[in-house]
Design a protein around this ligand. Structure first.
Ligand code: ZN
Length: 251
């Protein structure tokens, strides 16, 4: 029989037991849960206005706009994080377990996480009225390591960050002579023939010339383009005996 006198003892006992169980669970969590969370870097690309963007082009464009520092800074940060972890392991308890957990958390191959997002317009209906709302949809995700980024940076540096690598090595350089590029070059050269100095503000007789002809491996990039007048362009064309046409007309 339980007497009324025993009730406080039972309650105290149960509370004590409960606290003991909680402490035990916390201890187990502390032992088994890894305290190491690898620091990834996430980079989001908004591809709403691009129909079929290539991953490599997006990365190149990001490097052209931001340089290497967002990546190299993070690489250094990860190295620092590793040293802090190692120091924690050496000075802390459960060395062997912690070391295993640390090694399991390392993931340098996926240091940079790229996410391609597209903004979509969706509709919802309420009381027979249609409402439009925008939402972000993740199209794809992929990851790269630092050496991949560094290699692309070096390759882009070699071509003076003028365009993405796939654009630079595209077979059809003539296709890359877009209207935007033509007007960019015309403006840069102030509508002036770079050989004789003829000024053509109305664009009549203005040619955008490949300094090194496409046929000789020249690229459609600003550093290889210049404004010429018809006369100078004609003279230049004639100097190439293989008959390759070196300029694109601005008609
Ligand atoms: Zn000229």
């Amino acid at each position: 029989m339980i007497s009324y006198k025993d009730i406080p003892i039972i309650i105290t006992g149960s509370i004590f037991l409960l606290i003991l169980v909680i402490l035990l669970v916390e201890l187990l969590i502390w032992i088994f849960k890894s305290p190491f969370q690898y620091p990834y870097k996430k980079i989001v690309f908004d591809i709403s206005k691009k129909r079929n963007p290539k991953k490599e082009d997006l990365i190149d464009q990001y490097i052209i706009e931001n340089g290497l520092s967002p990546f190299s800074d993070h690489f250094m940060y990860v190295e620092k994080w590793k040293n802090i972890c190692k120091a924690k392991i050496e000075n802390g308890k459960l060395k062997n377990r912690r070391r295993k957990q640390y090694l399991a958390s390392l993931d340098d191959a996926h240091m940079f996480q790229f996410c391609l997002e597209r903004s979509q317009t969706r509709y919802r209906q309420r009381n027979y009225v249609k409402f439009a709302y925008k939402t972000k949809v993740v199209v794809s995700e992929f990851s790269k390591d630092y050496s991949y980024i560094k290699r692309r940076f070096d390759a882009l540096k070699a071509i003076h960050f003028e365009c993405t690598l796939s654009e630079y090595y595209a077979k059809d350089q003539r296709k890359k002579m877009t209207k935007a590029l033509r007007s960019e070059i015309a403006k840069r050269d102030n509508f002036t023939c770079q050989i004789c100095g003829k000024y053509m503000p109305d664009g009549v007789g203005l040619h955008i010339d490949h300094i090194i002809p496409i046929a000789k491996g020249g690229k459609s990039v600003p550093s290889n383009l210049q404004v010429l007048c018809s006369k100078c362009n004609g003279k230049k064309s004639n100097t190439y005996k293989d008959g390759s046409k070196v300029s694109d007309y601005n008609s």
